[in-house]
Structure formats: structure tokens, C-alpha cells
Design a protein around this ligand. Structure first.
Ligand SMILES: Cc1ncc(C[n+]2csc(CCOP(=O)(O)OP(=O)(O)O)c2C)c(N)n1
Length: 358
């Protein structure tokens, strides 16, 4: 859906028709199914590196990316993804198969086995990709959106950040730069209560991250991040403002990281009741319940989407598992500019001991 205002039959909610609402559900279900399948592959020893999940945060990535102009030819809007935006990556055109190949470090994957998890980009699909130092991609996206503006391209850039990321100098600099230059930029703070084990109260004295917007003179809005329609509406407004030359908006999406930072984090610093409370606010469960209650969809239609998501992930996982890792000689190529002619792991000759006769 590239035009959020497009009507397909009656508009049921947030100016969206039935097929749009089903698509929102479908992509949240797909994100969950893909990550569930990855968890099994991790236990089977197929995943290289850690596994980072967006469990319970699916509405943030899906609701926001749904508001973008999504194209696969390099002319649409762009996102700077994080490890918690699986649904957004799929909506932009990334696929579960790409996702699995990357997590399994396969030679067929987006980085051909050179990098792990979401560290990949696909500019044609509007995926800028992340680098590890937090905050950096907000700076890069600020620059990209300045180019959009200066070259008269009607494109918008959206950069996601966790609450921890907002404490980095890079995030501040990027946001301030985009604000001052009135770039077509949307900043989404995925406020999920923890950065690793650090709670929000140790990131900021503010009650809401929207308070930071005042410091940059930009618009802001706080939304229930587990309500996919609320996230969508806020992002749609922010994107429209950005495209019209109205500058930057900061959206705080209040959500919860239901698992540890990654699979290696047992989350011992989190009270069990807190997790249970957020399990009851599950974004997929809530949207399903609402769709059925409002008569937007039948339970059987949603069941069919769940089954299709799981079957697709099963098929793609089996395929990725069978595919090869890159061979060692190939894996070192194209990491830096130019080809590597001598392999870097060749041992240097032992140094001559001091005082030895030469
Ligand atoms: C500048 C920087 N500092 C520290 C880290 C290590 N690190 C990686 S992820 C992470 C936590 C991120 O938390 P947050 O931004 O809240 O995102 P979340 O994982 O909660 O989605 C940290 C501290 C890093 N990658 N970069």
C-alpha cells in the first residue's frame, strides 16, 4: 500500500480499508513467525551470532513503515532499521528468506555471510541498514534527508532508535542537524523500558521522550506503541508534514521489550509480573481481538494469515538451512574497497629475537 489514503471499499479505521487492515495484521504475524522460526534455528545451532527479537513490539515497526511510500526501485522513502523492526523490514520489501540467510550467514544472504542479524542494507528497498555504534544512523539519515530536500526529491527518511540510543551524542547531533535544516525526517523512539539492563529512569529525567523535541524545536507525539493503528496514524501525519516541507517530528512509541536484549540475556533484572502485564497487551492479540469485535475481519481470515506466515517461514527456513556458508577466500572480499590479494590471516614470520645474530 503506497498511498495511505487509498480507499479499497469502505474506510473502516484510520482511513484504511479492509485489505489495509489485513495487511497490517499479516505483517505483524509474519514478523512474529519469522522470529519464532529463528529461535528454533538458534537452538539447532544454525544462527551465527545473537538473536534479537521484536517480540511484543511488532506494532511499532509495522504501523510506522505502513505509512511510508514503499517502493523497490530506489525512489521511495527510507528507513534506518534496528534489531526490533523486523516487521518494517518486511514491509519495505525485505523477505523472511533474506532475513534467515543473513542470520545464518549464508553465501546467498544480503551480505553474503560477512555480517549478522539486521546489519544489511538494500537501498532499492529503502533499507539503509544499521551499524553497531548506536545513534550513528540517525546522523546518516539526517544527511540523506538533506540530500532529498536539496535535490527536490519528495522522499522521507525514518530512523528508529531505542530509548538507550537517545542518550548518545550521535543521536542528538543527527536530530538537531535534521531539525535545523528542516529535513524530511521522522524520528521514532521505541521506548521499550530497557536498554540492555538499563531502565529508562537512568536514561532521562523526562517523563516522556517527547520532552526532548522541545530542545530541538520540532513537533512530537507520544503513542501507544502496542496499538498498530495509533502508530500508523501518528507516522502518517509526521510523514505528510515532512514531505510538505514542515520538518522533523519525533514520535515516542511506548512499548515493551518482552525478552532480554538478545537470547544470551536472561532478563534477571526484570520482575516477572511486569512481563506478564505486557503479555496481556500483546499488539497482535489486541489487534486481532479488535478486528473481530469491530467486524473488520473474521477470525478465520486472521487464522489463515497466521498459517500462511508460518508456512512461508518454514519453507524459507528449510531452504536457508540447506544453503552454503561463503568459502573463506570469498568471505574476505568486498569488505573494504577493492579486492584483497593476500589473505589477512597469513601468519607473519616470527620476529628475529633481540640480540640474535642476523
Ligand atoms: C554507542 C554505543 N554504545 C553502546 C553500545 C552497546 N549496545 C548495543 S545495543 C545496546 C542497548 C540498546 O538499547 P536501546 O537503544 O534502548 O534499544 P533496544 O535494544 O532496547 O531496542 C547497547 C548498550 C553500542 N552498540 N553503541
Amino acid at each position: 500500500m503506497n498511498d495511505p489514503a487509498r480507499a479499497d471499499g469502505p474506510r473502516l479505521a484510520a482511513d484504511l480499508g479492509k485489505s489495509d487492515l489485513l495487511e497490517l495484521y499479516e505483517y505483524m504475524a509474519l514478523a512474529r513467525a519469522a522470529e519464532d522460526r529463528l529461535e528454533i534455528m538458534l537452538k539447532q545451532g544454525h544462527v551465527k551470532g545473537g538473536l534479537y527479537r521484536s517480540l511484543g513490539q511488532e506494532a511499532v515497526g509495522v504501523g510506522s513503515a505502513f505509512a511510508l511510500d514503499r517502493r523497490v526501485d530506489g525512489t521511495g522513502d527510507m528507513i534506518a532499521q534496528t534489531v526490533r523492526t523486523t516487521g518494517a523490514i518486511f514491509l519495505m520489501g525485505g523477505t523472511p528468506l533474506q532475513y534467515f540467510r543473513q542470520y545464518l550467514a549464508r553465501s546467498t544472504g544480503p551480505t553474503r555471510g560477512r555480517e549478522a542479524n539486521v546489519h544489511w542494507c538494500d537501498f532499492r528497498k529503502g533499507l539503509l541498514g544499521p551499524v553497531s555504534p548506536l545513534g550513528t544512523m540517525t546522523q546518516v539519515m539526517a544527511g540523506i534527508t538533506l540530500v532529498f530536500k536539496q535535490t527536490g526529491q519528495p522522499r522521507v527518511g525514518l530512523a528508529y532508535a531505542g530509548d538507550g540510543q537517545t542518550s548518545t551524542g550521535a543521536w542528538h547531533e543527527g536530530l538537531n542537524f535534521a531539525a535545523v535544516r528542516r529535513c524530511p525526517f521522522v524520528a521514532i523512539v521505541q521506548s521499550n523500558k530497557y536498554a540492555f539492563s538499563t531502565p529508562i529512569r537512568l536514561q532521562t529525567r523526562l517523563a516522556s521522550f517527547t520532552g526532548k523535541a522541545a530542545g530541538y524545536g520540532i513537533e512530537s507525539r507520544s503513542v501507544d506503541g502496542n496499538d498498530v493503528l495509533e502508530v500508523f496514524e501518528a507516522t502518517r501525519d509526521a510523514v505528510a508534514r515532512a514531505r510538505d516541507g514542515g520538518g522533523v517530528t519525533l514520535i515516542e512509541a511506548r512499548t515493551y521489550r518482552r525478552l532480554g536484549h538478545a537470547q544470551h540475556d536472561a532478563q534477571e533484572y526484570v520482575p516477572r509480573e511486569e512481563i506478564e502485564e505486557w503479555e496481556r497487551k500483546d499488539p497482535i492479540g489486541r489487534f486481532r481481538e479488535r478486528m473481530v469485535r469491530e467486524g473488520w475481519a473474521l477470525e478465520s481470515e486472521l487464522d489463515a494469515l497466521d498459517v500462511a506466515a508460518r508456512e512461508r517461514c518454514e519453507k524459507d527456513a528449510e531452504r536457508a538451512i540447506q544453503e552454503p556458508a561463503p568459502d573463506a577466500e570469498e568471505a574476505v572480499q568486498r569488505v573494504y574497497e577493492g579486492l584483497i590479494t593476500s589473505v589477512p590471516w597469513t601468519r607473519l614470520p616470527e620476529p628475529t629475537p633481540r640480540g640474535a645474530a642476523i
